[in-house]
Design a binder for this molecule. Sequence first.
Ligand code: NAI
Length: 249
Amino acid sequence: MGLLDDRTAVITGAAQGIGLEIARRFLAEGARVVLGDINGEAAEKSAAELAAAHAGGVALGARCDVTAEDEVDALVRRAEQEFGTVDVMVNNAGITRDATMRKMTLADFRAVLDVHLVGSWLGTRAAGAVMRERKRGSIINISSISGKVGMLGQTNYSSAKAGMVGLTKAAAKELAYLGVRVNAIQPGLIRTAMTEALREDIWAAKLAEIPMARAAEPAEVAGVALFLASELSSYMTGTVLEVTGGRYM
Ligand code: NAI
């Protein structure tokens, strides 16, 4: 018995990093997983690898740019057509375009808001429409601790990630009576391609702020996503769970 037996989960930005680990964990708990990513080939490859590693596991990869309304709608529709339902939606796709405001262009501000905030809204709307019909579902928005405290050089990213908290709470209120829960996760410093790019001195400064004195592996975020996706969190909606090793508690 898995925690997500007979459930279908759609995860955006799942070709690598945190999204891929969430897909791996959900699959291990019995879910059918649909991996969307702007890099469609990478999503298909990751899905094939996941399925091969889990006997009987069902994983499907597809191109989906979360900033494109038709592509997000198509991804959710594809999951519903293939598997009959969408029970879990994880809005995880993300990018960074860090710069101080002196150097940040409007295009880079908008690009980051578009992927994180607009993308999550599109995913929440599309999945919510399917879930409300079935009176069941869990939507998980991957925000960031940057959305709680604001990070230097990240006016775009911090705005988007804080916006995702507002989105989570408002959508939670709209969908609660329909049996659909909406929650957010705010990861801190997680080892992925996104943070590998950080300068060594910046990495060290971040580590110094973490009471647990280490970065996390993507699987440690996936465990919390599993909790929110499953019935273990059946009475939780509109919450924001911090996965930060105690940083900025
Ligand atoms: P990553 O860079 O390893 O993976 C991000 C994925 O999103 C990539 O596969 C990329 O192709 C995809 N993507 C980018 N733009 C897209 C678009 N328009 N449509 C669809 N897919 C798109 O990053 P990571 O670290 O796995 O991040 C996942 C999420 O976790 C992001 O939302 C990020 O902001 C968030 N996060 C990450 C933290 C970290 O320390 N790594 C900390 C806090 C939050």
